[in-house]
Design a protein around this ligand. Sequence first.
Ligand code: SF4
Ligand code: SF4
Ligand code: SF4
Ligand code: SF4
Length: 328
Amino acid sequence: MYAEAIKFGQSVPVPDAAVRKLIQQGAKADIYQCWTCGSCDNECPINIATGRLHPQKIVRMANLGMLDELLYEPEIWHCLSCRRCANICPNAVKPSALIAHIRHILMEKKIISISTLRSYQELFERFQRVRRQAVTKCLEGKADSISEKQWRDWLLSPVPELLKTIRMKMTDFGSESHRQFNVSTRSAACFTCGECSSACPISCKKSVFDPRTIFRMVNLGLVDELIKNPAIWLCLDCGRCSDACSQLVEGREMIRRLKEIAVQKGAVDYKFLRCLQQINENVYNRWLDEVDAYLGFNKVSPCCETLFDTSRFQNLSNAQRRRYNRMR
Ligand code: SF4
Ligand code: SF4
Ligand code: SF4
Ligand code: SF4
């Protein structure tokens, strides 16, 4: 294959074993084991919604020793840190750990500053607000895509706290669904320590998404309230809450079950599920555009300009920018 590429005058990357070893030692991601099956690409929620994040490619680049290219690879910042790629990998490769390591190198080399990282995290939290608002509209049957104005308004304004009082019925405790949760997910063992919320990649304000609140509500038998709540549809199904729980509570299973009950009881229908898919494509693509603009990979978006100083990759060369634009 190499000979053919040379014959046609194309440039091919020369694998750099020393850099590859260095990356593996830092990331501890078992990149050597990758056989490029592509399962991680198919499992990545960002890739599913947008086709713009390929963990397989990132692992491949690391195996070729392409560290310089990885440092300026926009996809590093598209990742949600959900670890679904690592969970699905048949060879126990951890693309998520590799991505976290590349971000760490960027900080160490001062290509990205702490304040830039904080602003990026703030942007990420604001993005979760948008997701919550978009799912709410979807549940109300009012939207299958969002306008520029809605995107901007939702990104800029907090989601109001739910102020209404939820009345509990004592019968909720002994209901069939409550018993089912207890047996299959060990929900009763939860002592609300909050480890799950700390581990969850999208946990933020209670009014947006907080797994501990969901699990507490299940324990209080408030299943009927939860199946109408947009929060359960924000969950990435990554299982980090379950992995973190010292009580072995299966948080991911609990949310999966809530979604099933919502469908079974008719709280949502197939139109909602189709709308959710479309809205996910829409909001994830917008978020990636926003991140690219913030980091200087792409044209500056109005929201980014309002929120932060842009062009964080000050030393991004024109060639790197051109390469990025060609890829899109
Ligand atoms: S799932 Fe694992 S082996 Fe397959 S491409 Fe991804 S990292 Fe490589
Ligand atoms: S951690 Fe999640 S978002 Fe990031 S590459 Fe893996 S699956 Fe995709
Ligand atoms: S980590 Fe486990 S015990 Fe702690 S709040 Fe979450 S589910 Fe409950
Ligand atoms: S599975 Fe758990 S950790 Fe993952 S997004 Fe859902 S609540 Fe958060």
